[in-house]
Design a protein around this ligand. Structure first.
Ligand code: GBH
Length: 496
């Protein structure tokens, strides 16, 4: 894997600004003539010391098309269910939309430059299906393909490995209109065709592909709770069918990418595993957390990795269980090359003598939170999520496809943003991730959500997740203090 080299301090004004933010220590290291990493005591590559990550550990940032691109109506892009949803009054805070978002579509070169100043070695972005197939299926739109082709070239020119995600929730509205979107198997088949085309067009330059982002979120919130697009509240049987079509789409896409890629591609999901954390670490609680993690993800990662729905899942669903064939289960479980997990919050559990053998503990009323109301703090989830993937399912390659936090950043009179809360979050989360890699859990990389402040779904522009601040009036980008923290983390490949 190509590693981006840190730009020398005096070559690059944004890098200079970052170093200033980071303070004198970093400035001295950044100004060193040799590659900056040699200025620091090197971690023992075997043990990596108490803070270091394994050699070759890949650092990156993540975004998603609808949240950053804007240009919603340009170059032949079709309408997505998120355009329709956000344009419906009352669905989003202050009726905000992703029409302009942070204009990444036009500013992607600036944004790649920002990634470079962070020293990021990889970029997880999503491809907007309606830019490629405005009607979901049919003839691909050359201008849509061209945008991602230019983005990929720009990344490669900067030694940043592209990690595209094929679906981050922006389903072509045409498929929703034609057959109820994910309510139909046809959407799973359409997705596989689209995934195959992307593999054909990009696999010469792209090695890693994420299939779908957070099936559990877009299905439950979009089709179950009417909180996300398309805003439905389906009854249990239909909702189970939607869940089944999502995992089927994933499996069919893995096979389609493999079949049509021009070079060996590496493929996996990016799922928000519900991560059971043993509140007190004892053998019985750890066993309970493993049972809980299997069952709480039964309709998503568990069926993908085991090729069957658990008995408890099917029993609980009863007559509302999804309708499926053995061939579909086989397709769903098409072997993946890695598993990506988005980790934000813990699910605390303890053992229980009664079925199902674990008890979920709701967080205490005063449990600390970040600025998003749903985000209780629990850095230990970043240890348990990968450990569960290895211990329960023997996953051999793991990426943290997202981790980050929502904040209410303020710009000080001198124009800087001192997000000490995000730095606290990062340091504690990475320390827990480091615990996992020290124990030999095969985590290969970490993507911070997000590069930039962006459209936070129903929260609109209210909660900020970026390492880089965006002034939404001018779209000006300013690295926060956490950007300097992240850059130092990457430079030393260690918890700093
Ligand atoms: C990720 O979801 C998404 O992949 C990303 O697009 C998003 O911007 C980022 O995290 C930050 O939120 O509306 O109260 O029912 C993280 C997992 C699951 C967290 C759904 C919010 C909704 C809570 N998300 N959850 S609520």
């Amino acid at each position: 894997m190509a590693k981006a080299r840190t730009t020398a301090a005096d070559e690059n004004p944004s890098r200079r600004a970052l170093i200033k933010l980071a303070g004198a220590g970093a400035a001295a290291a950044g100004a060193a003539p040799a590659p900056a990493q040699s200025a620091e005591p090197q971690a023992d590559p075997g043990q990596c010391g108490t803070r270091g990550f394994p050699q070759g550990f890949l650092w990156g940032t993540a975004t998603a098309a609808y949240q950053v691109e804007g240009a919603w109506h340009e170059d032949g892009r079709g309408v997505s269910i998120w355009d329709r949803f956000a344009h419906t009054p009352g669905k989003i805070r202050n009726n905000e939309t992703g029409d302009v978002a942070v204009d990444h579509y036009h500013r992607y070169q600036d944004d790649v430059r920002l990634m470079r100043t962070l020293g990021a070695q990889s970029y997880r972005f999503s491809i907007a299906w309606p830019r490629i197939f405005p009607d979901g299926v049919g003839t691909p739109n050359p201008k849509g393909l061209d945008f991602y082709s230019r983005l990929v070239d720009e990344l490669l020119a900067n030694s940043i490995a592209p990690f595209p995600t094929l679906y981050h929730w922006d389903l072509p509205q045409a498929l929703e209109d034609r057959f109820g979107g994910w309510q139909s198997r046809d959407t799973a088949y359409a997705f596989a065709d689209y995934a195959g085309l992307i593999a054909e067009k990009f696999s010469d330059r792209v090695e890693h592909f994420f299939t779908l982002n957070e099936m559990a979120t877009f299905v439950e919130l979009g089709y179950g709770q009417a909180i996300h697009a398309p805003g439905l509240r389906l009854p249990a049987a239909e909702l189970n069918q939607v869940r089944h079509h999502a995992v089927l789409a994933h499996g069919l896409a893995v096979a389609a990418i493999r079949a049509r890629a021009k070079r060996a591609a590496k493929i996996g999901p990016a799922e928000n595993l519900t991560t059971a954390v043993p509140t007190i670490e004892s053998d019985d609680n750890i066993a309970a957390a493993e049972r809980a993690t299997r069952e709480l993800n039964a309709g998503y990662l568990t069926v993908i990795l085991e090729g069957r729905y658990t008995d408890a899942f099917l029993k609980a669903a009863g007559a509302d269980a999804p309708k499926f064939t053995d061939d579909e289960l086989k397709a769903i479980a098409t072997p993946v090359d890695f598993v990506g997990v988005n980790v934000y919050t813990p699910q605390y559990v303890r053992t229980s003598p009664a079925a199902p053998g674990y008890e979920i503990l709701p967080p205490a009323r005063s449990h600390p939170r970040m600025a998003s109301s749903w985000q209780i703090l629990g850095p230990e989830a970043l240890y348990w999520a990968p450990r569960h993937l290895r211990n329960i399912w023997n996953v051999g390659n793991i990426y943290i496809s997202e981790n980050g936090c929502g904040t209410n950043d303020e710009v000080t009179p001198d124009g800087s943003i001192s997000d000490t809360d995000r730095i606290m979050f990062l340091r504690n989360n990475l320390a827990m991730l480091k615990r996992a890699t020290s124990e030999g859990v095969p985590v290969r990389g970490y993507f911070h959500w997000s590069l930039l402040d962006n459209f936070e779904w129903t929260d609109g522009y209210g909660t900020r997740f970026g390492l880089v601040y965006v002034d939404y009036a001018t779209l000006r980008r300013t690295p926060k203090l956490s950007a300097a923290y992240f850059a130092e983390t990457v430079r030393r490949n260690a918890v700093v």
